[in-house]
Design a protein around this ligand. Structure first.
Ligand SMILES: [Fe+2]
Ligand SMILES: [Fe+2]
Length: 190
């Protein structure tokens, strides 16, 4: 059975109540889905994997449990192994191969969308007018959004075979389409 985006959202929201985690899931979903369309891949399946990648983080906030202890739950819920494999592969500490376009895209969108979210939050106009140039500048300031692993941001773009500017622009554009749900909608005059 092919899982649906709706089913993944239902699973995610059953295990995750934190607004910031839900926004993270939606940001990763929007960016991963944009790559699915660009690459002509299965957008619905890519959305499912993106929404679920951190579904267990609220109950398993440490790396000795996340995401590996979430996998049996996803299996029980009937998600295909491709989704479970992909979810597991986003975790650096598991050192699993990112050997599909979906795994690459998920990894590339995870830290990048978080970083862009942080950039947009400190701008009065949010995502509007945010340029790759200013994102790159902030990437070089270690104290800004210090929790975002810069090496993973760079590795993600490389994994997709995209230059950093292109990848940043793609993720900004994808997130713009979901600005309201991401809490990043600003009034035009703000
Ligand atoms: Fe994670
Ligand atoms: Fe994540």
């Amino acid at each position: 059975m092919e899982p649906t985006r709706e089913q993944a959202w239902e699973t995610l929201t059953r295990y995750t109540k934190s607004e910031s985690l839900l926004r993270h899931a939606l940001a990763v979903e929007a960016s991963t889905a944009a790559y699915a369309r660009k690459f002509g891949e299965d957008e619905e399946l890519w959305r499912v994997a993106a929404l679920l990648h951190d579904f267990d983080y609220e109950m398993h906030p440490t790396l000795d449990k996340h995401p590996q202890d979430g996998a049996p739950i996803l299996r029980e819920e009937g998600y295909p192994e491709e989704v479970i494999d992909t979810v597991l592969s986003h975790a650096e500490h598991l050192a699993l191969p990112r050997d599909t376009q979906l795994k690459k895209a998920l990894f590339a969108c995870d830290e990048m969308s978080g970083f862009i979210h942080a950039c947009a939050l400190v701008r009065p106009t949010g995502l509007e007018g945010l340029e790759p140039k200013s994102v790159k500048k902030k990437l070089k300031q270690p104290s800004f959004a210090a929790g975002v692993h810069r090496d993973e941001v760079y590795a993600g773009a490389e994994l997709l075979g995209l230059d950093l500017d292109r990848h940043i622009a793609n993720v900004i554009e994808a997130m713009r389409g979901s600005a309201a749900e991401l809490g990043l909608e600003r009034t035009a005059s703000a």
